[in-house]
Design a protein around this ligand. Structure first.
Ligand code: ADP
Length: 426
């Protein structure tokens, strides 16, 4: 090793030392370098600037590469561990430039590069690698790239298979869905046809029944009225029973026609503002003979002054009130009591009709609004009914923008409630 070579190595180490002294104190540096005689030279350098160089030159030249290489390696290592790669790299870059200024570019590269750990100053290093070293590096890189490429290809293959599987599963599911959809559409069309046939059958039968039933009613009332000559009491009683049965048949046929009309959307609703109490009075007038016959008292809970008008279809609303009142009378024992109440809420009225009649068994409560449902205690009482009234009432209340519900206890009585909006619902 000639003097110039020693000189550049020592300068490099000294510059590095200076730059480290900016970030670590002397005791820490001593610790980092450890058991290496170069340490003292560095520390001298710190104190006296470039005078330390003289001391370094007292070392036998053959020791210099090993000792300096060890110390430099330790310092660079701790720098990059403490402050990161970028910080260390930029410090080395500055020192390297400084050396290039003082010595020639080639000379600096050839002598200093071996002291700089791999991966630092990589771009510069390549310029000073021998042909063999370069070839080894290119081979290594190529192998690494090849490996990465293989990994990537494998991953792509895996993902492609996964995607292909998913796609075929999706296609299968889509085909199945289309098939199910077609089946359902066909089933639905069939059901609609059957429903239409059933509906027109009910409508035809009911209409056909209505005419003869009206004829019977007319004939019976003539007979009862004595138009065909006087009747004795027995004859009158039998005829009266026939008359009542005939009336029930007419009601049943009418209910069936209404229920069918509701279901097939044939009922027309003409919404307007109406006075619900007026409507109730009207219905009460009609049903009061039935109540009086069984000595049942019907009362309003309040006077209902300043009650706002409701927004509903009067014809269908009337049917709801009539049904609920007739049920209350029908399912209340002789001498019972019915109370009517109307409460005002911000955007609707709540109408309630409460009786102290037979009530509804708890376990059957859920079916009350189902078509043709009649509770077992009602059937036992031998009261007649079609089980259509509440089904019709619920549909009407909902079409009018309200809801219907009830509270009941078997043997104690029932309260039916429904709401009517005050204004048109959008
Ligand atoms: P129905 O023609 O049988 O009265 P509804 O549909 O009007 O048919 O009522 C269905 C069933 O609900 C009735 O059969 C009866 O069991 C029960 N129900 C309705 N209203 C009352 C009431 N106020 N008290 C007790 N049970 C009632």
């Amino acid at each position: 090793m000639d003097e110039k070579e020693q000189d550049i190595i020592i300068t490099f180490a000294t510059l590095l030392m200076h730059s480290v002294a900016d970030v670590f104190d002397i005791s820490r540096i001593r610790e980092i370098i450890g058991d290496n005689p170069v340490k003292e030279i560095f520390l001298e350098t710190e104190k006296k600037g470039f005078f330390g160089k003289k001391m370094a030159k007292t070392l036998p030249p053959s020791f210099i590469p090993a000792l300096f290489s060890d110390a430099v390696k330790k310092i660079i290592d701790i720098l990059s561990k403490s402050f990161g790669f970028d910080f260390t790299e930029s410090h080395l870059e500055q020192i390297y430039l400084e050396l290039e200024k003082q010595y020639s570019v080639d000379f600096t590269g050839r002598i200093i590069m071996p002291y700089i750990p791999e991966s630092f100053l990589e771009r510069r290093r390549i310029g000073y690698l021998s042909k063999e070293e370069l070839e080894v590096r290119v081979l290594k890189k190529t192998q690494e790239l090849q490996r990465l490429n293989n990994d990537l290809e494998n991953k792509i293959k895996e993902r492609t298979t996964e995607l292909a599987n998913l796609l075929s599963e999706q296609q299968k599911a889509a085909k199945m869905l289309i098939r199910r959809d077609l089946e359902l559409t066909r089933a639905n069309e069939k059901l609609q046809k059957v429903d239409e046939i059933k509906s027109s059958f009910i409508s035809i039968v009911a209409h056909q029944l209505r005419t003869p039933l009206s004829g019977i009613k007319w004939t019976l009332s003539m007979l009862l009225g004595g138009d065909m000559g006087p009747l004795n009491n027995d004859q009158k009683t039998f005829l009266m029973k026939s008359y009542e049965s005939n009336t029930r048949m007419i009601t049943l046929v009418n209910d069936m026609l209404v229920a069918d009309g509701i279901q097939s959307g044939k009922v027309h609703y003409g919404f307007k503002h109406i006075d619900i109490i007026d409507l109730m009075d009207n219905v009460l007038f009609e049903v009061s003979p039935q109540a009086a016959k069984r000595n049942i008292l019907i009362e309003y809970k309040n006077k209902f002054e300043n009650l706002p008008q409701a927004y509903a279809d009067p014809e269908t609303m009337r049917a709801v009130l009539q049904n609920l009142l007739e049920n209350a009378i029908k399912y209340t024992i002789e001498g019972g009591r019915i109370e009517i109440d109307v409460k005002q809420e911000p955007d609707h009225l709540v109408i309630s009709i409460a009786d102290n009649g037979i009530g509804i068994p708890k376990d059957q409560a859920k079916d009350v609004f189902v078509k043709f449902f009649r509770a077992r205690n009602a059937v036992k009482q031998e009261t007649d009914g079609s089980g259509l009234g509440l089904y019709i009432a619920k549909s009407i209340v909902e079409k009018n923008g309200g809801t219907i519900w009830f509270d009941s206890e078997e043997g104690k009585g029932s309260s039916f409630y429904f709401t009517v909006p005050l204004e048109e619902k959008h």
